[in-house]
Design a protein around this ligand. Structure first.
Ligand SMILES: [Zn+2]
Length: 429
């Protein structure tokens, strides 16, 4: 190695150190403190996530999970409330001064799965798994509570950590609300997220709908149609309800990660579409023949046209005499991000962590939804996606998939960035 090269390396190192130092002193101290506290508790959070992963509980049965959460929050010195609904837990962190009332929501339940799980901390309960990542949601929420409680003297307002049971059955949020959650606590804003297949630590969000509207359509006939009639009518309904750009396949959800067609591209194929998911299922009950299928529609104003359109197709096929009814049998609301709060959250995070830190989402994901939507009907709120995949390590955090796994590094990004966000929001920024 010659002298010039050594000198060059030394100067480069000095320049990099200076740059790092400058960045450090320019960053507001509170977010530096949040970073340090996050790093300090990271292994503790990994441990609790793994403990929850080993001991998953189904919706309505989150007994041990509730105890773990409650104990962690009590150890932090938070007030804890467990009487709102089911096995829910609310941790209350009061700041040193007056400010806003901000809620952070995490869901608690696991799935009735029995997939091979390629980790050392597999589920100890046969047939139940954290296959949707709610274990990571809880670990991150506990991490935010931990980090913010250590910065309490600078915190204004109150942060409510809502650990919500029974998300998979879509009743937990609704029942917390109907059981008087908002009579107990006044909330100005609510935030939450879902782990998904994006690269680990990537935060993605958009105003308004994060998902397509999911509807289950049910058609009742007086009697079974002939094989030929069934085949033709199914196809006609399918065609009538399909809308997507030529050559695109918005039902192939793995495409959402593709930079050319995925959610992060303004020309994504996951916007402005509608499709029927697979074929109808058929059954008979009380002398009625019932057809059912799931539909996905991105545009809310088109939803009201679906039933008339199906009736029209049935009439055109001359089968109206056989028809008893067409209806939606599932009317769940969808996650709807408050536009102003979403824009403000993106701005806050990008100001703290650098331009482009939050990736803009341009699409609407089919198949999924979250009962966080019920909270958003009452309180303006924002629901983020947080990436949990590490493609090089073969970890793909595709929720509910047989090979669902999570790169735990996302816990660090989640705790750090969402703690910063909640701190700023509670402080009224
Ligand atoms: Zn989930």
């Amino acid at each position: 190695m010659n002298f010039k090269l050594i000198l060059y390396i030394i100067l480069t190192i000095v320049a990099l150190c200076q740059k790092a130092f400058c960045q450090q002193i320019q960053a507001p101290l509170i977010h530096e403190s949040i970073k340090i506290e996050t790093d300090n508790i990271f292994s503790k959070l990994v441990d609790i996530r793994r403990d929850l992963h080993e001991n998953p509980e189904l919706a309505g049965n989150e007994v041990r999970t509730q105890q773990k959460i409650k104990q962690y929050l009590l150890d932090l010195g938070l007030e804890v409330e467990t009487n709102t609904y089911g096995h829910g837990v609310i941790g209350i962190l009061k700041g040193a001064k007056k400010g806003k009332n901000i809620a952070w929501r995490a869901d608690m339940d696991a799935l009735p799965n029995d997939f091979a799980d390629n980790v050392d901390f597999k589920s100890k309960t046969k047939g139940i798994q954290h296959g949707c990542g709610h274990d990571v949601h809880m670990a991150i929420a506990l991490g935010i509570a931990d980090v913010l409680s250590k910065n309490k003297k600078d915190l204004k307002g109150t942060v409510y950590f809502i650990f919500q049971p029974e998300e998979e059955t879509f009743v937990g949020a609704k029942n917390m609300l109907t059981n008087g959650l908002l009579a107990k606590i006044h909330l100005d804003e609510i935030y939450g997220f879902h782990i998904t297949a994006l690269p680990t630590g990537q935060i993605m969000v958009k105003p308004n709908e994060m998902f397509a509207y999911q509807k289950m359509i049910q058609i009742k006939f007086k009697e079974e149609l002939t094989k030929e009639q069934t085949k033709e009518l199914s196809k006609s309904i399918h065609d009538a309800l399909s809308r997507f750009a030529a050559g695109t396949k918005p039902w192939e959800i793995q495409g959402m990660l593709d930079p050319k067609i995925g959610l992060s591209n303004p020309n994504t194929i996951f916007k402005d579409y509608s499709f029927m998911d697979g074929n109808f299922s058929f059954r008979s009950k009380n002398n009625e023949v019932i057809w059912e299928a799931y539909l996905y529609e991105t545009n809310v104003s088109n939803v009201k046209n679906i039933i008339p359109k199906v009736k029209q197709v049935i009439t055109s096929a001359n089968l109206q005499q056989q028809l008893l009814s067409v209806s939606f049998v599932q009317e769940n609301p969808t996650v709807l991000n408050d536009k102003k709060l979403t824009e403000s959250a993106i701005k806050t995070l990008n100001t703290i962590y650098g331009k482009g830190f939050v990736v803009n989402d341009y699409g609407q994901v089919p198949y999924f939804n979250d009962d966080f939507a019920y909270f958003q009907q009452k309180i303006p709120g924002v629901y983020f996606f947080l990436g949990g995949s590490n493609f090089e390590k073969g970890i793909i955090a595709m929720n509910h998939a047989p090979n669902f796994a999570i790169d735990e590094e996302c816990i660090k990004t989640g705790v750090r960035s969402f703690s910063s966000l909640i701190f700023e929001k509670a402080n009224g920024n």
